[in-house]
Design a protein around this ligand. Structure first.
Ligand SMILES: Nc1ncnc2c1ncn2[C@@H]1O[C@H](COP(=O)(O)OP(=O)(O)O)[C@@H](O)[C@H]1O
Ligand SMILES: [Mg+2]
Length: 251
């Protein structure tokens, strides 16, 4: 595999019974890229996402992370190898402050290693520093002491992304981070993802086309479980096959 490629799938498939929701997908995500997967409803995007995070075991094919075969790795094993997905709103501690949520996410990746008392104090400082650093990136510093449950829905989704990057993952996986967000919060999420793309490789699934076209380096269009078209935003935007696939959805 080229050293330029961080994650690759080869002939990836996921069947639900006889139905192949993902049907032979060869995907390559370059290091440092924001790589977006789009496609009409039911195209297989979330199924692909679940195969990558380890929530679903593919029925065929392989997944390689920097040349290492991770197809059989469980989800937590992939997190340890540097793959993070955004948390769900339900995973936020609603009654803890925004900062405390981030501190816990930063601590989560150390787990049992911090056994020694002094080491624990040092680590606590480190985790708080990390939390403050992320608060700043999220534009939530002024909300640091507010309970997570008091943030707007959009801000909670931004906080989830922040929690996902606490352990400094190599690859960040986001499935429709703007879904359910009010129109006012969407620009902050868009610029956040764009910013994070400078430090992380990102696999993004997104339906909001103005976001997709403005921040993606590469776009893969899926349809009926397969890759229909792949390329830079301008190429995808002008491809008649893509338009047809979306028209099929509206019909
Ligand atoms: N757990 C499941 N069991 C059976 N069929 C499923 C399941 N999850 C998704 N599907 C079907 O697989 C197809 C792809 O779904 P999904 O991956 O969610 O697509 P997308 O995220 O692109 O909208 C759809 O036809 C959907 O109905
Ligand atoms: Mg989906």
């Amino acid at each position: 595999m080229s050293t330029d490629i961080l994650l690759q799938t080869q002939g990836l498939a996921l069947a639900y019974g006889a139905f192949r929701a993902v049907d032979g997908v060869d995907l390559s995500i370059r290091r440092g890229a924001i790589h977006t997967v789009i496609g009409p409803n039911g195209a297989g995007k979330t199924s692909l996402f679940h195969c990558l995070t380890g929530e679903r075991r593919p029925s065929a094919g392989r997944i390689l992370l920097a040349d290492r075969d991770i197809t059989q790795q469980p989800a937590h094993g992939r997190v340890k190898l540097g793959m993070a997905r955004s948390f769900q709103v339900t995973s936020l501690f609603q009654e803890l402050s925004v900062r405390e949520n981030l501190r816990l996410a930063a601590q989560g990746c150390d787990g049992w290693r911090a056994l020694n008392f002094w080491q624990r104090l040092n680590k606590r400082r480190e985790h708080l520093d990390r939390a403050d650093e992320i608060l700043e990136r999220l534009g939530l510093s002024s909300r640091a002491e507010v309970d997570a449950g008091e943030l707007s829905h959009g801000q909670q989704r931004i906080l989830e992304v922040g929690m996902a990057i606490c352990p400094r993952p190599r690859l960040l996986l986001l499935d429709e981070p703007t879904s359910g967000m009010g129109i006012d919060d969407i620009p902050s999420m868009t610029s956040l993802i764009g910013e994070l793309g400078k430090d992380h490789s990102i696999l993004l699934i997104e339906h909001n086309m103005s976001i997709v076209m403005s921040i993606s380096d590469t776009i893969t269009v899926m349809n009926r479980g397969q890759i229909l078209v792949e390329g830079e935003p301008d190429v995808v935007r002008n491809d008649a096959r893509v338009r047809d696939a979306y028209l099929g959805e509206a019909a």
